[in-house]
Design a protein around this ligand. Structure first.
Ligand SMILES: *Cc1c(COP(=O)(O)O)cnc(C)c1O
Length: 426
């Protein structure tokens, strides 16, 4: 199999070399399982994964048969009632978790709130209110920080502290309730040391909460081997669950019985259909459910997870790193003269699965590339992001993408006002 080392060692890589790499690719068969418009190079699977070909007919069946014909009977007949648990069980292998430790529900933002409040309450109780800090870094995704601040507004005496990624480990102390980080930096694509940081947090008596929005489905996670306490991830990025697909929660079995999540809706009740006024949480991971889920979104995510069943996540990681190595190498060779530089770590083990390039006209370059059929995105102040989803992105695609960026730079696209107009979503 082609590895990042193969790419790094190669002298000159031509487009025909890339076609040869595509022929040797053990994941090549998966591309035909996605519905992608011909001629489009889609490098934004880290924001919204592509559509599996099996999804539309599945959704149509849920709408026409389960909803249309069987109506409310489908809560039992099609087991809609346990769909969040069932889909969680299908995600668990990608996380290195047990099936009873993962559940799908709500959005990433909402799930972060549930877990952060649970972690603060647990640590308050264990430490006589000494452990009161949510410790994060200054490169975490903004919604993660907004939610942490909100959790602290609701749990007395708690506080969010953000430090630079480099000083994080030294900042963990006897006040730290929970170390809360994103596994992959959403801007630079830098990968954190989940195992090492988790160990350091535990040594200091803190819990960890990892946001794996940019790593679930991109690389192998070993939550139980690494003793991860809590985690949240995204259904619509590398997992391909569809726009707004629900998120998943991981809570290690050892903590489940002591986690008191704040959104105590009836789906998290021990016996919702007894309709009592006393809230008694479900024994297991089901306690993290809140209310009635979107069955259509769950069906879409479940169909995508059925596609993942046969995928080797090790192959995904090997190919992802080879492709990011290729993109970085070609960028140095073909784009450097136009002032494009690379922001993503050069050493493979420190990378997630997207490549971030830097140029002062980054916004216009991304827009012009989109107009030529290469989809990436932009993050301020001037980063161009290109996501690598190894199930449907190949080597020749990557070569063509960099070649397109080269044309765009050569044509000085930033002088064209069409490419300077900012829509609300970038
Ligand atoms: C994509 C992403 C989110 C998105 O949260 P939503 O609630 O789905 O909008 C949150 N955190 C990180 C780190 C992300 O990458």
């Amino acid at each position: 199999m082609i590895t990042w080392q193969t790419i790094l060692d190669a002298k000159n890589i031509s487009r025909s070399d890339c076609e040869r790499f595509d022929q040797d690719d053990p994941l090549a068969e998966y591309r035909s399982q996605f519905s992608l418009p011909p001629g489009l190079i889609y490098l934004d699977g880290n924001s919204l994964g592509a559509l599996p070909k099996s999804t539309p007919s599945r959704i149509q069946h849920v709408i026409e048969h389960e909803w249309g014909n069987r109506l409310i009977a489908s809560w039992n007949e099609s087991d809609w009632f346990h769909a969040q648990k069932r889909v969680g069980e299908k995600i668990a292998p990608l996380l290195g978790a047990e099936p009873n430790e993962v559940i799908v529900s709500d959005s990433t933002s909402v799930n972060l709130y549930k877990l952060l409040v649970s972690a603060l309450l647990l640590q308050h109780a264990r430490s006589e209110n000494q452990r009161r800090v949510i410790l994060s870094d200054t490169s975490n995704f903004p919604t993660d920080i907004y939610i942490a601040q909100s959790a602290c507004r609701c749990v007395k005496n708690s506080e969010v502290v953000q430090v630079s990624p480099e000083s994080l480990i030294d900042a963990i102390n006897e006040e730290t309730a929970v170390v809360f980080l994103s596994h992959v930096d959403f801007k630079s694509g830098a990968l954190s040391d989940m195992s090492g940081i988790t160990q350091a947090a535990h040594d200091a008596g803190a819990l960890v909460l990892w946001d794996v929005a940019h790593s679930a489905g991109a690389l192998e996670l070993r939550f139980n081997e690494w003793n991860v306490d809590l985690a949240v991830g995204c259904g619509y990025k590398y997992l391909n669950g569809g726009p707004g697909a629900p998120s998943f929660i991981f809570a290690a079995e050892r903590h489940l019985a002591s986690l008191d999540q704040p959104l105590t809706g009836w789906f998290g009740h021990h016996a919702p259909f007894e309709f009592t006024y006393e809230f008694k949480p479900a024994d297991g991971i089901e306690r993290f459910q809140a209310g009635t889920p979107s069955i259509l979104s769950l069906a879409s995510l479940e169909t995508a997870m059925d596609l993942w069943r046969t995928v080797s996540i090790n192959d995904v990681r090997v190919k992802s790193l080879a492709l990011s190595e290729l993109m970085l190498k070609l960028t140095r060779e073909m784009l450097h003269e136009f002032g494009v530089t690379t922001t993503t770590p050069t050493s493979a083990e420190k990378r997630g699965s997207h490549v971030a390039l830097h140029h002062s006209e980054g916004f216009a370059i991304v827009q012009a590339a989109i107009a030529k059929g290469v989809i990436g995105d932009f993050r301020p102040p001037d980063l161009m992001r290109f996501g690598i989803a190894p199930l449907y992105v190949g080597y020749a695609d990557t070569w063509d993408a960099v070649d397109t960026l080269r044309q765009v730079c050569k044509e000085e696209c930033w002088n064209d006002p069409r490419f300077q107009t900012r829509s609300e979503v970038t």
